[in-house]
Design a protein around this ligand. Structure first.
Ligand code: C2E
Ligand code: CA
Ligand code: CA
Ligand code: CA
Length: 278
């Protein structure tokens, strides 16, 4: 596959060769990592803004490379998307997350599990089959699973994207539009998506406690989302001021370090237990 992005200059450069080679190595390492327990999932809770009740958790992949140490998803996910490795990654994530959901249900029976889906997954047309098998295999309800996808993901191939999303929704899965406010969404397209949840990107809300303009933008986005019938989640909430502002502005749910950092499965179970005792 032709390299894309900033290094696609058309000029030969030894630097670029080394760069690309190391990226390719990283990707073959990732494929192996998925089979060798170097990857794991962390879970970050989403809570109801008015009751504080835990509504769901989002699965976030973690990779501990034997030589490089922790590699950030923002580094390897885009690469995995470009090289096709994402297909294997999504399969691994879906399997692990649904297996873990099953073990979480005794702690939180109504918990919903959110899985991040990439644009590449949407056009590969395997998603519906993947979820059908995994749901059956782990014995969990489709209605307890949410697919989070960025608005741009659905726009890569709008027709195919919409088809894939409708298929997931017919299966009973919930859909969530992730990173809202960062892409170039066509609002008329957005409202065709069978989604039930809209996540306001952190960049939209990180300074609502200090910046009047940000507050106006957040308020408008929340009104828009709610007006279209979505449940609106504020993500990346880092302090109490932002949390109470989001509550005032009408958001439905919160997610962010202020509520809870992404946790390992075991830590999440303890966290859920202490929450339910509180
Ligand atoms: P995202 O889906 O928007 O996930 C939210 C990111 O923000 C996560 O970063 C999370 O750890 C971080 N975060 C949560 N609360 C806060 C906060 O209060 N402040 C700040 N500054 N950050 C917060 P992470 O885990 O590094 O993931 C980055 C991105 O990588 C994700 O963004 C998602 O697009 C992608 N990603 C992660 N796991 C997966 C996966 O399993 N599959 C796919 N396709 N993408 C994934
Ligand atoms: Ca997400
Ligand atoms: Ca997001
Ligand atoms: Ca993001």
């Amino acid at each position: 596959m032709a390299p894309q992005g900033t290094f696609e200059t058309g000029f030969y450069s030894r630097q670029n060769d080394i760069y690309n080679e190391s990226r390719l190595t990283l990707m073959s390492d990732l494929r192996e990592a998925l089979h060798q327990d170097q990857t794991s999932l962390h879970y970050q809770p989403k809570v109801c803004v008015s009751t504080g009740q835990v509504v769901g958790v989002e699965a976030l992949i973690r990779w501990h490379h034997p030589e490089r140490g922790w590699v950030s998803p923002s580094e390897f996910i885009p690469l995995a998307e470009r090289t096709g490795v994402i297909k294997h990654l999504t399969r691994w994530v879906a399997d692990r997350a649904l297996r873990d959901l099953k073990t979480l249900l005794p702690h939180a029976p109504d918990l919903s599990m959110a899985i991040n889906i990439s644009a590449k997954d949407l056009v590969s047309a395997e998603l519906k089959g993947l979820f059908e098998t995994r749901l059956r295999c782990h014995g969990v309800q489709a209605s307890q699973v949410t697919c989070e996808l960025t608005e741009t993901a659905a726009l890569v191939d709008p027709e195919k994207g919409l088809q894939a999303l409708n298929a997931l929704s017919e299966l009973g899965l919930k859909l969530s539009i992730d990173d809202f406010g960062t892409g170039y969404s066509s609002l008329s397209y957005l409202k065709q998506l069978p989604a039930t949840e809209l996540k306001l990107d952190r960049s939209l809300i990180h300074d609502i406690d200090t910046c009047e303009n940000s507050r106006v933008i957040a308020e408008t986005a929340i009104k828009l989302g709610r007006g279209l019938g979505y449940r609106v989640v504020g993500e990346g909430v880092e302090n109490e001021e932002s949390a109470s502002l989001l509550r005032e502005l009408g958001a439905d749910m919160l997610q962010g370090y202020w509520v809870c950092r992404p946790l390992s499965l075991e830590d999440l179970k303890s966290w859920l237990e202490t929450r339910s005792e509180a």
